[in-house]
Design a binder for this molecule. Structure first.
Ligand SMILES: [Zn+2]
Length: 248
């Protein structure tokens, strides 16, 4: 839609709206407070580039140490590394606890661009974000893994199916639990709702941060028990050092 002013100046109504919004509520980068051009996201390009990225060696090591032995998850990719007091920690905190939900979509878009380069990504039938319990969703207002999955859809076109599995137990926070306690904590916490949609499918599980793999392994186990063919995993980040006191 286009406005035509009396003086003959043509103004796009969309830009006009955002310019006006910018004037009253400037869009600031949540990390450096720099004013950024009006966009749907709250992170400037400079800060986005500074987030600690992973490398193939660390990804492989994390996969072998935390996921491979369970033989549930076949492929793994994570774009960032969760470092204590690092930029990613700050950003994921804004996402999960300060309601900055758009960051989830923005980082999901970035993750999706990398996933297209993984040789196993092509075989994925659809994406399943790790479900959170209804009570947690009501408290937080959104499931951060679903936002990341939506960002991945934006970059890759892979369908997101958030309704085939649900969390039936509201598990206690895992922050202070050790590995064996975490495994017990999430045992039987998930249930497949639409078994017919799972059978024979290659599914990509999405989560924000992977610490020990106990949650995603349980989601994978539940999907495989329901008849899924192969499970892959992608997270925004993984915790390199095993510091269980990290807030994730
Ligand atoms: Zn910034």
């Amino acid at each position: 839609m286009v406005f035509k002013k009396a003086m003959g100046i043509v103004v796009s109504s969309k830009n006009f709206f955002f310019d006006l919004l910018d004037f009253f509520i400037p869009n600031l980068c949540l990390i450096c407070n720099e004013k950024i051009n009006r966009s749907l996201f709250s992170l400037c390009d400079n800060c986005l580039k500074q987030i600690e990225v992973s490398n193939q060696k660390d990804i492989k090591e994390f996969f072998e140490n935390n996921l491979a032995s369970q033989k549930l998850i076949s492929n793994f990719y994570s774009k960032y590394v969760f470092v204590k007091d690092g930029l990613f920690q700050k950003i994921v905190h804004e996402l999960k606890y300060n309601g900055k939900s758009r960051i989830g979509i923005l980082l999901g878009i970035e993750l999706g661009k990398d996933l297209l380069k993984q040789n196993w990504f092509n075989e994925i039938d659809f994406i399943v974000p790790v479900p959170i319990h209804l009570i947690k969703k009501l408290n937080r207002g959104f499931n951060q893994s679903l936002l990341i999955a939506k960002g991945i859809y934006h970059s890759t076109g892979k369908a997101v199916n958030e309704k085939i599995i649900k969390r039936i137990r509201n598990t206690e926070t895992q922050t202070h639990l050790h590995l064996h306690e975490r495994i017990e904590n999430v045992k039987d916490a998930f249930k497949v709702i639409s078994k017919e949609k799972v059978i024979g499918k290659n599914i990509l599980i999405i989560d924000d941060v992977c610490t020990t793999g106990s949650t995603v392994n349980e989601v994978a186990r539940t999907l495989l028990n329901a008849g899924a063919n192969k499970i892959s995993l992608s997270t925004l980040a993984f915790v390199k050092e095993k510091d269980f006191s990290l807030i994730v």
